[in-house]
Design a protein around this ligand. Sequence first.
Ligand code: 1OR
Ligand code: 1OR
Length: 393
Amino acid sequence: MSHEQDIHPFAVPTEQRHHFNLNEYEGLLNELNQQVRQKQPDDLLQFCSSFFLRKLENERAQHRGIGISSVNSPFGHQDESMFEEDESRDGISDLHTIAMSTLSGRGRRTSVSAESLQPTTTHDFVKTVVPKTDEQRERIRTAIGNNFLFKNLDEEQYVDVVNAMVEKLVNTGCKVIEQGGVGDYFYIVESGTLDCLINGEKVTEYTAGGSFGELALMYNAPRAATIVATSDCVLWALDRVAFRMILMENTARKRRMYDQFLSEVPIFKSLEPYERHKIADALEPLQFENGQVVIKENDVGENFYLIESGNAIFYKTAPDGTQQEVNRLSNGDYFGELALLNDKPRAATVVADGKLKCVTLGKKAFTRLLGPVMDILQRNSENYHAILRQANQ
Ligand code: 1OR
Ligand code: 1OR
């Protein structure tokens, strides 16, 4: 993917830099000193680094006439009209446009967007290597093995991720992330449970293999939620630079790729944009040629399918053994939910009618991510039974 500007995300153009000013320097150190004493951070270096990064971001934003503190999370309404220019959007996520649409003021979109979602590159930073035992490396392998954000890493990226991770042990009740705070780390859960709260209300929870804390790092935005441990946890934390360098681009690309499609899938209409983004993280594309069997009646069901484009024909075996067409579905429709919902063999055979493009979710992701629409799926599945009863009468 190409980017409009290949610059350090927080760099200030040379001509805009101040001349050296001792008072300013001392003021900065005093402020940092005060914050360190007040917050007493566990990870001193990361805290200091975040402090300076934030100062740098603010300075840049002021040069553009935009206060970073006014950047909200990407959950506002999309309002393209506020942007004056219509420059190339290569490398800029739609999701991010949503984030930027919550900016107050009429900022120049391209400069702001490109910087927020512009990945940190290896040219800009020395890779972090936190020494680890083989046993720790193995535990990281297991913890990230079940997480979709780590699925498409190449060998080097995988090694970089494992090297950069820091083990964090947190006790029950510990606030790992505070809503409104500055983003420093992205977290993966090795063991334990955590609640995610927005304005004090629980919106979701995390268990082993879950991850959180990517939004503030992707969008230079304040933390969108509070994450609190509900049992003692072992977490692996990836600092902001490593996250942006290794994981951000793939994550943003996938969310952008499926954003439009998922927002048009009827059963997902009621979901929050962020819930659809989490589904996008977990989707795997699959393509079938004309006549290819996608699902075979009576097989064990492992996946749920959404049709991205094309048509699927559904057959059931009649008592005389012949295959009878019972249904046809197309773009935006779903299938394969019955076996997963009811823990039963596949109720029909599904065949591609022409080229069929699907995306699938595995059983675990189906249960975890489609929780909010489970009742709709269940209700719809009862319609099949009604149709089946009618057909048998
Ligand atoms: P972060 O860096 O902003 C808090 O720090 C994290 O909570 C956030 O990244 C996400 O990883 C995670 N909305 C926003 N953030 C959420 C949400 C969420 N759920 C988990 N996080 N919503 C709840 C969706 C079930 C949307 C509410 C409108
Ligand atoms: P599954 O996991 O059982 C086959 O795998 C899928 O075909 C099934 O989930 C449904 O998603 C999909 N009866 C049963 N399954 C159907 C039907 C169907 N239509 C689509 N599927 N019909 C009743 C036939 C008497 C047709 C209903 C209009």
